[in-house]
Design a protein around this ligand. Structure first.
Ligand code: B3K
Ligand code: ZN
Length: 881
């Protein structure tokens, strides 16, 4: 563990590399505890006079070092586990041969070379390569890599690295063999990867737009091959889509995906050799839900798209992380929108953005999309960098329009291929193709916090005009007390009483509003539209064109009209959410003050219309039925949050909807039942989503008939989606059917860790007081292991992040349990521990009693020793005043 005091790295301190490395030859002799790495590095000075050579390391042991073929005398260098310094290197190109010895079996951080089960694999982003050899471990050092791997044939019959396979065979007279891989594309060290192990696999082929044939491989544990086919299909669709949508062809002769069982995050885009958490590869109808299939498709696409946005063009430094991540998320969102339902994709993305990024942005961990300082870069792979980063790309597209956007992307690829660049380089491309000045827009990258936009609509019958008075404010965030106004592209419509869009023409000059988008740039401004007879209903921020919070003087009647008629599907959904959220927020207040709760016939009527509208896309209808989550309501309330009151208000409303909409829910449920074999496609998934949303609401007040329906669906399901949905519904009710189904589930799937993760996660989210004790017991279950990140996230992560009432128990026991688990975990895997600790990030928004308990746990963790940099950084930022 790196235990030195955290250093701060600043964007303003960036200095171009003083040395370059042009080629890297790695010779890796795999061994479970003593892997030998011989790195041959060709250095070229990048400054005159030549600077001292300072290479990064992390827990390394140097075995030997040679310069231009001669052993380097001890007085010429200084080597520690985390640095290798040659104070007086030759002022000319030279070659260093560095031999290090590493222990993959002891690597519990899962950074660098480690073992996932019996498989040797690597994870180098962000700073893991320095755990393999001493190096200039920064993304602006781009080199051509040749990797030779050797291993015992029996232990690792499969040997993989980046690029194309150039050589391989047995090592005569031994039980070992080797493989040599060459990657002709210069790349930063964080994209290096190698894999060795006993792996099964499936193979396919893809012919690129220009007719090149590419071999595709998906490697999995032997016996899991049949679960890899969906991933392979998703890969081929991704490759085709990137050619069609962005003109990007694949560039090597082979593209490989390897699924491993122990991985710190989702997947990694290493050039030509993507390494995946097996959760995002393995899927069949009986082990994966529709949501799992959709996530696999999206992650496969995301990592594949990195080949151009990340690998061919990479980041100059880690502050530019959103250059590759925000852009690649945007690209995978567009891919999914084209493969599935665009409106539903937008709704689910905005749900995630609000649930993750808005929450991050309103608490102590708020940071700009391009941070300016970090102590541990791994803590900046955040919703802000990824999801808000993607929103900024989307706004650029909205501002310049689709044609100039595509031209800007083409320019970016043409101009910067093979380079390590900055956000400015990226945005400049669109400034040029779109003919726009992006100077003010750049504030989006620098300013943290979610902007608030207030809209006041006024109609003047005498002048037949409608005005929108719009003000924007930027909340203060840590280190940024004062902010400047942003460029906010707001897609809007004005609806007449029948819900039809009125033509939008500016009152002063009769100019039509282009593409339906007004662009805010000032703290306050007014837009006046003419030729409008009666007060229209405004539809604001259509398609969520800007990642902002909107407050407008809309009436309940306005919202009902939007819910029923808005031509923008996103805002139809938003209107229902706004209605439900207003009601729930009011009722939380009522519950806390002992007043009678309110009802909203309008909401019931709106949902009844949804259920009765057989022309609606089922997946979209399912989104309309889903009430704001407890976390959504907590976020809307914003301060003095009482999770128990939120839970009670939400439960009450769900019960009411079950009673009021019973018949419609049952009819829709029946209408959505399909016979015929399961297929994970969007259409079938949509029908199941609506069916299961109906089931869950029907059962909300726990009537025996609905519980029986859920129990039957559980038993009769021929796919994991329906089985898991029924189990999740049962999990909310303390009925005997629940335990029976949970026991049955374990019996059926006990040999399948990924499925048992669902079983852990579900039990960790049961909103009952006994949950914590039960989670404690499960943490001692034979299927649980603190050494596997998927198990940890399933049980402890779900409890901390998805069980609002029990994590936030009044007695603080939920916080204590999670803090203890985090401390345990920190000693072995700081990255996962730090991520888990972010569950405390909203502690200041809680009511005083809980706030005090959560703060005490943060302080206790902060005072523990030893503590990793990762965890210390999260705790200290969370507590900073
Ligand atoms: N680039 C990786 C994430 C690496 C995280 C390092 N802590 C996966 C991705 O975003 O595609
Ligand atoms: Zn990514």
């Amino acid at each position: 563990m790196r235990s030195e005091q955290p250093r701060s790295v600043r964007l303003s301190d960036y200095h171009p590399p003083r040395w370059r490395i042009e080629t890297v030859k790695l010779d890796v002799a795999l061994d479970a505890t003593r892997t030998r790495v011989l790195a041959t590095l060709a250095f070229v000075p990048n400054e005159t006079p030549a600077a001292p050579l300072v290479l990064d390391g992390d827990e390394l042991t140097l075995a030997s070092i040679r310069l231009d073929g001669f052993e380097l005398p001890a007085e010429r260098y200084e080597a520690t586990p985390d640095r290798l310094v040659i104070a007086d290197p030759p002022p000319r190109p030279f070659v260093l041969e560095i031999e290090t010895i590493i222990d993959p079996s002891a690597n519990t951080q899962l950074m660098g070379l480690y073992r996932a089960g019996d498989t040797y694999c690597t994870q180098c982003e962000a700073e893991g390569f320095r755990r393999i050899t001493y190096f200039l471990d920064r993304p602006d050092i781009m080199a051509v890599y040749t990797t030779r791997i050797e291993a015992e044939k029996a232990e690792a019959p499969v040997l993989l690295a980046n690029g194309n396979l150039v050589e391989g065979g047995d090592i005569e007279g031994t039980s070992r063999h080797f493989a040599v891989w060459h990657d002709p594309f210069p790349k930063p060290s964080y994209l290096f990867a190698l894999v060795g192990g006993r792996l099964g696999g499936i193979e396919d082929n893809f012919v690129t737009a220009s007719g090149r044939s590419v071999k595709l491989m998906v490697f999995v544990e032997p016996g899991q091959e049949k679960r890899a086919h969906y991933a392979m299909e998703a890969l081929k669709r991704s490759m085709r889509w990137d050619e069609e949508a962005f003109g990007r062809e694949y560039d090597l002769d082979i593209f490989m995906i390897v699924a491993v069982s122990a991985f710190n995050m989702g997947a990694m885009e290493n050039k030509g050799l993507n390494i995946f958490n097996d959760k995002y590869v393995l899927a069949t109808a009986d082990t994966a839900t529709d949501a799992d299939f959709a996530r696999i498709e999206a992650v496969i696409a995301h990592e594949y798209f990195h080949n151009w946005t990340g690998d061919r063009i990479t980041c100059r430094d880690w502050f530019q992380l959103c250059l590759k991540e925000g852009l690649t998320v945007f690209r995978d969102q567009e891919f999914t929108s084209d493969q599935r339902s665009r409106p539903v994709k937008r709704i689910t993305d905005v749900r995630v953005l609000r649930a993750q990024q808005f929450v991050e942005d309103s608490g102590p961990l708020a940071h700009p999309v391009r941070p300016e300082v970090y102590r541990e870069i791994n803590n900046f792979y955040t919703a802000t960098v990824y999801e808000k980063g993607a929103e900024l790309v989307r706004m650029i597209k909205t501002l310049v329009g689709p044609t100039a956007f595509r031209a800007g992307m083409d320019l970016y690829f043409a101009r910067h291929d093979g380079q390590a660049v900055t956000i400015e380089d990226f945005v400049r491309c669109f400034a040029e193709t779109g003919g726009l000045d992006f100077e003010q827009f750049m504030r989006w990258y620098r300013q943290a916090g979610t902007p608030e936009v207030t809209v006041t609509i006024r109609h003047d019958a005498a002048t037949r005009t409608c005005s929108l008075e719009i003000a924007q404010t930027q909340p203060a965030t840590p280190g940024q007390p004062v902010k400047e106004p942003l460029v906010i592209p707001l897609a809007i419509g004005l609806l007449d009483a029948d819900g039809r869009d009125l033509p939008l023409v500016f009152a002063d000059d009769g100019r039509p509003l282009e593409r339906g988008v007004i662009v805010l740039t000032k703290p306050a401004e007014t837009f006046v539209f003419g030729g409008i007879e009666a007060r229209p209903v405004p539809s604001l921020n259509r398609g969520f064109s800007a990642p902002v919070k909107i407050a407008a003087n809309l009436t309940t009647a306005d919202l009902r009209l939007l819910a029923a008629h808005d031509g923008d599907a996103f805002n139809r959904w938003q209107a229902v959410q706004t209605l439900a959220s207003a009601l729930l927020t009011a009722n939380v207040g009522a519950i806390r003050t002992g007043k009678p709760p309110q009802q909203d016939r309008g909401l019931v009527a709106a949902l009844e219309t949804v259920l009765g509208d057989t022309a609606l896309e089922p997946d979209f209808a399912a989104q309309m039925l889903a009430l704001p989550s407890e976390a959504d309501i907590a976020r809307d309330i914003g301060r003095d949050v009482d999770p128990d009151a939120i839970f009670a208000a939400r439960r009450r409303l769900r019960g009411e909807l079950a009673r009021e909409l019973g018949t419609a829910l049952r009819d829709t449920y029946r209408r959505m039942v399909t016979d015929g074999p399961y297929s994970p496609d969007a259409e079938g998934a949509g029908r199941r989503a609506l069916k299961n949303a109906c089931l869950d609401l029907l059962a909300a007040d726990g009537t025996p008939a609905a519980i029986a329906l859920a129990a039957r669906q559980y038993q009769n399901a021929d796919n994991m989606t329906d089985r898991m949905a029924a189990l999740s519904t049962l999990a909310l009710h303390p009925v005997p059917e629940r335990q029976a189904a949970l026991d049955d589930f374990y019996r059926r799937y006990q040999r399948d860790p990924l499925v048992i993760d669902k079983w852990f996660a579900l039990q960790a989210t049961i909103p009952e007081e006994s949950c914590l004790e039960h989670v404690r017991e499960l943490s001692r279950h034979q299927a649980f292991s603190l050494t596997n990140p998927n198990r940890v996230r399933a049980l402890i992560g779900s409890f901390a992040q998805a069980n609002q009432t029990q994590f936030n128990r009044l007695d603080g026991a939920g916080y204590r349990f999670v803090a203890d688990a985090v401390l345990d975990l920190d000693a072995r895997n700081p990255q996962v521990a730090a991520r888990m600790m972010t569950a405390f990030r909203s502690w200041r928004a809680l009511e005083p009693g809980r706030r005090e308990c959560a703060e005490a746990e943060l302080r206790r963790v902060g005072a523990a020793t030893p503590l990793s940099n990762d965890l210390r950084d999260i705790v200290e930022r969370s507590l900073a005043p």
